[in-house]
Design a protein around this ligand. Structure first.
Ligand code: ADE
Length: 248
């Protein structure tokens, strides 16, 4: 059975990239069943209004609860299975590779990306008692809406589904994936030609010595992590470092 993904948004056209490349192919192969819905289809006024002014004052507009609840109820329907509801917001739990791996095990995800200042908080309160609701942030910056966050999450989760990547090893080798390289970023990669504009490929990669190559890659990953993500290295802890690591 494909993983089902529903997305409710006032900009369904924002999700056209999900027809492209890896995720597009996964959909055509029947691995991913992605359905995009227009939130305004669940409004009842001529202007198809989805927002209103915030109680308590302040800038911007807040998304009204009624269109969201009608849309979510319609999408969830009376199926005995229920989706996990994912609400992107910069104030949510950080979306990490660990969360992506968790979502990749779910049969059904429902995304509720907001525009404006967010969705009336009673929507999360209401559905929190009926299904699992996750408010997730993709990073410490503010987007104009949750749509781009949904694209990020669907791509990170979709590539983990069985049959989506050609080479299963590439998932195990990912930066942040659990295992020997856990919470290290990846080092540099090279392809032909062996010399390009005077720059040589590190000779060890041409040596055929797989043990030495693995060691070199780990050293490069450690060096790059120390340079760009020192907080990851600090979190790694001594138990995840071997004697050789400590010399790098
Ligand atoms: N909506 C706006 N900014 C966001 C962020 N950083 N993550 C998730 N959703 C968002």
């Amino acid at each position: 059975l494909p993983m089902r993904v529903d997305i409710i948004s006032i900009f369904p056209e924002y999700f056209a990239p999900l027809d492209v490349s890896l995720i597009g192919k996964a959909r055509r192969k029947g691995i991913l069943d992605i359905r995009v819905h227009q939130l305004r289809d669940w409004t009842h006024d001529v202007h198809r209004t989805v927002d209103d002014t915030p109680y308590g004052g302040g800038p911007g507009m807040v998304m009204k609860p009624e269109p969201w609840s009608e849309a979510i109820d319609a999408v969830v329907g009376d199926a005995e299975a229920v989706p996990r509801l994912v609400v992107p917001t910069p104030s949510g739990r950080p979306f990490t590779q660990e969360v992506a791996l968790e979502y990749a095990k779910e049969p059904w995800l429902l995304f509720a990306p907001a525009r404006y200042e967010g969705i009336d908080a009673r929507v999360v309160a209401e559905y929190g008692s009926r299904l699992r609701v996750d408010e997730v942030g993709i990073g410490d910056y503010v987007l104009a809406g949750g749509e781009a966050a949904v694209l990020v999450i669907v791509e990170a989760v979709g590539r983990l589904l069985p049959g989506v990547l050609g080479n299963a090893g590439s998932v195990a080798d990912d930066s942040f994936a659990p295992g020997a390289m856990a919470s290290l970023v990846e080092g540099p990669v090279y392809t032909k030609p062996p010399v390009w504009r005077g720059h040589e490929v590190p000779p060890i990669l041409l040596s055929g010595n797989h043990g030495a190559i693995a060691r070199w890659r780990r050293d490069e990953a450690l060096r790059r992590t120390a340079a760009t993500r020192p907080e990851l290295l600090a979190r790694l802890g001594r138990q995840n470092l071997d004697k050789r690591d400590l010399e790098v």
